[in-house]
Design a protein around this ligand. Structure first.
Ligand code: 4AD
Ligand code: MG
Length: 465
């Protein structure tokens, strides 16, 4: 708590004290101890409160009342409150430090606190996801995550997009890939028999894989909308880029075609990168030093330079004539694999690339058929190091074509009656996309595994915490 009382100054964040413009008579901080070092007449205690990467150095003199009884027993991980003077630092490491008048130990840490000051593997840190936010790396990751979430709202709100909360429980499989988690309260025989009519919603229900279909209904009323929420996929992918629970941003624009959709996706990526460079400088410097040495160069490049666009057909030709040995051969009519996406961005174009107009057979039912009758108005935005970060399309707004798409994808019009209705009552060309929030965070931080940009990751075989 940060109540002030007559004898206690208001609490400051470490971040603001490190940036102070001069010494101060009396300050108060609260945080967790990173290290304690004792010398003859005093102890150094480094305190971090998560407000920034750095901690502040506290000097606790041996004549403090609780010096022998408490201060010399403070361990890494303890929570403390310090009242004292902010003074210019004698040592070289920092501008300011605190000369303590009062050190309150709220809770000491047991000796076996797992985050002692030494290098830990990412695997180990995942196994202590309840403590890892106290490490430099994860503090930085989750500050950037918070800032980017804010930047996403800023981007869309400044452009008059309306934020829509689409449902988490749904009965439709937007992507048609059948990778859905079932939501059920059925028990016993009814469960064994799959008695859907007796289930909670009187039908089969799932956790959503995308808010797009519901988002489209709102775009066909409010013009420009976006969603930003959790999505779930029961795909058994054990890669560094797939999670079973992740957050997606899905804008949808009425009266918009594929070109406008690609423009928006590129503008959004540039905006987010620029926002991070401006507002997360300290944390990005840390990633640049310890996680990914090329980070700044890549981010500035993305902020300042134009992206490339190629059709799927051109992309296939580039890949086939590249002379590169791929694990999966490139063939027209097949999905691009992540090795192909990475070749395009990292070796061929050396920048983000949007691939558009994919063969209709490999894409979901809702995408708009192009005049060539072979391809649909789909687009994927690929970035170096990751591959697909955005997937989107112009939607099929023509009733008869949507109906035949449903049929050819083995879906029944009855289940999608409300979605089909949009094509009956004032249909418009419209388009949208989905940005994987965690993939964007990986791109901005250089963190290589999606499990390390989600507070409590859920992946096949792992739902601890
Ligand atoms: O390409 P996807 O599947 O597209 C959709 O869901 C559309 N309904 C979006 C739309 O048009 N409104 O997913 C969109 C993005 C991907 O490009 C990727 O960044 C991310 O979501 N994504 C995942 N991120 C983490 N783990 C997973 N398992 C992901 N699957 C997709
Ligand atoms: Mg996709």
């Amino acid at each position: 708590m940060s109540h002030s009382s007559p004898d206690r100054p208001e609490r400051s964040l470490v971040k603001s004290l490190l940036a102070a413009d001069g010494p101060r008579e009396e300050v108060r901080i609260q945080g967790w101890v990173r290290t304690r070092r004792d010398s003859k007449a005093f102890s150094f205690v480094e305190v971090n409160d998560g407000s920034c990467l750095k901690g502040i150095q506290v000097i606790a003199d041996a004549d403090l009342a609780n010096y022998e009884s408490e201060i010399v027993h403070i361990r890494t991980g303890a929570s403390v409150e310090i009242v004292g003077a902010l003074v210019e630092s004698q040592g070289g490491g920092q501008a300011f430090e605190i000369q303590a008048r009062d050190v309150i130990v709220h809770g000491n840490a047991d000796e076996d606190f797992p985050l002692q000051k030494k290098g830990h593997t990412m695997e180990f840190l995942r196994s202590i996801a309840h403590l890892r936010p106290r490490s430099n790396l994860f503090g930085a990751v989750f500050r950037v995550r918070s800032r980017l979430a804010y930047a996403i709202h800023r981007f869309f709100q400044e452009r008059d997009f309306v934020y829509v909360h689409t449902p988490i429980i749904t009965a439709s499989d937007c992507e048609g890939a059948g990778e859905m988690f079932r939501v059920t309260t059925l028990k016993g025989e009814d469960f064994a028999a799959g008695n859907d009519a007796k289930d909670f919603f009187d039908k089969r229900a799932y956790l959503t894989v995308s808010g797009q279909l519901e988002g489209e209904t709102f775009a066909c009323a409010l013009s420009n909308i976006y969603t930003f929420g959790p999505t779930f996929r029961a795909e058994n992918s054990h890669t560094s880029r797939h999670a079973s629970e992740f957050w997606m941003i899905e804008p949808e624009m009425a009266f918009c075609d594929l070109g406008g959709d690609m423009d928006l996706a590129e503008a959004m990526i540039k905006f987010l990168v620029e926002d991070a460079l401006e507002n997360c400088a300290g944390d990005l410097d840390f990633f640049g030093k310890f996680i990914d040495r090329g980070l700044h160069e890549r981010l500035e490049f993305v902020r300042d330079r134009a992206f490339e666009r190629v059709s799927y057909t051109e992309a296939v030709e580039i890949l086939q004539s590249s002379g590169e040995k791929f694990e999966y051969p490139v063939e027209y009519g097949h999905n691009l694999q992540s090795e192909h996406e990475r070749f395009l961005t990292e070796k061929h174009f050396k920048c983000p690339v949007t691939v558009y107009n994919y063969p209709r057979e490999i894409k979901p039912f809702y995408m708009r058929l192009n005049d060539d009758q072979k391809t649909v108005a789909a687009m994927d935005l690929l970035v170096p190091g990751i591959g697909e970060i955005v997937g989107g399309s112009q939607r099929e707004e023509r009733l008869d074509l949507l109906q035949s798409n449903l049929e050819s994808h083995g879906l029944s019009e009855e289940d999608y009656w409300w979605y089909v209705d949009l094509r009956r009552y004032g249909t418009v060309p419209h388009a949208g996309f989905g940005l994987g929030f965690e993939r964007m965070l990986m791109f901005v931080t250089g963190v290589a595994n999606i499990r390390d940009v989600i507070p409590f990751p859920r992946v096949p075989g792992w739902a601890e915490f």
